[in-house]
Design a protein around this ligand. Structure first.
Ligand code: SAM
Length: 274
């Protein structure tokens, strides 16, 4: 996969040389290229920002350097480009919230490009212009809070996407067993334990040492359902009742959830007293 990142703070992306992502780059699985937006300015001060029309606090990133920088990225496609160009990811607290499902989609792409905003963000015409040219622009948010710049979002998205590329994580089966994995219906992962069997008075649940694989699988599924119901009930709205066993339905009922009639689960209606 090729990843192009345009930023005024290339140093911010240094962690992408470490650990599994660094190794993936060294092995040629990930070709990450960082471009300095200021290389595409024309004035002596290499200006990338200006005051917003309409007034207000803060500065905005000017469209001209972005246009030149992104045109240069688009003009240099990787051999694997299928003719559609990159998915252009624009980090923004006003974008779609980035999820594991989005990471899976992006991992199937040969080419991603990122435009890292700073200050109060990028002039809105930049995204509009590239959309009009047929570029698949996705404004992505890490969550409902505001960061200083898009570089942290690049670290997050590249790590989440690159670990899904074949060969990046040693044991690919582990990917399917994690929280939010479609293979586990998007549920949170069950609690996990390693040795010793007893630590500070806390014992590992006996079923996990029973050698009974069926019982272990049932316990894990039940714990995943309970954890999700208690911590992230919003995720149950996307849990397909058709993929739930009778045992699953009982666990969810104990946690106060029932099929919502809209393809997921919601709070069970309170029992009517007679
Ligand atoms: N004025 C913008 C707003 O209110 O929507 C916020 C700009 S923020 C201070 C500067 C940059 O940080 C954004 O352009 C974006 O690149 C990045 N950023 C901030 N919060 C983010 C979030 N939750 N997810 C992704 N990127 C974010």
């Amino acid at each position: 996969m090729r990843v192009d990142v345009v930023t005024i703070f290339g140093e911010y992306l240094a962690p992408l040389s470490l650990s599994l992502i660094g190794r993936a780059r060294a092995q040629g699985l990930l070709d990450l290229r960082v471009h300095d937006l200021r290389e595409h300015t024309r004035d002596r001060h290499r200006t990338v920002d200006d005051t917003p029309y309409g007034g207000g606090a803060g500065l905005l990133m000017k469209p001209e350097p972005w246009g030149e920088a992104l045109d240069a990225v688009l003009a240099d496609p990787p051999p694997a480009d299928d003719g559609r160009g990159p998915v252009l990811l624009v980090p923004s607290p006003a974008g779609e919230v980035f999820t594991q499902a989005a990471a899976v989609e992006l991992a199937a792409e040969p080419w991603l490009a990122f435009a890292c905003g700073r200050y109060e963000g990028i002039d809105a015409r930049v995204a509009e212009h590239y959309r009009a040219r047929g570029v698949r622009v996705r404004e992505v948010s890490l969550g409902d809070y505001v960061l200083n710049g898009g570089e942290v979002a690049v670290l997050v998205v590249v790590e989440a996407v690159a670990r899904l590329l074949p060969g990046v994580v040693g044991n690919a089966a582990s990917l399917a067993e994690e929280s939010h994995a479609a293979e586990h219906d998007g549920l949170l992962e069950h609690p996990a334990y390693t040795k010793p069997a007893s630590w500070r008075g806390l014992d590992v649940p006996a079923v996990l040492s029973s050698g009974d694989h069926g019982a272990v699988a049932r316990w894990r599924r039940e714990e995943a359902l309970r954890r999700t119901a208690r911590r992230r009930p919003d995720l149950l709205a996307r849990l397909d009742p058709a993929r739930c066993s009778g045992a699953d339905l009982r666990v969810l009922a104990e946690e106060g959830f029932a099929p919502d009639g809209a393809g997921g689960f919601g709070p069970a209606a309170p029992a009517v007293a007679h």
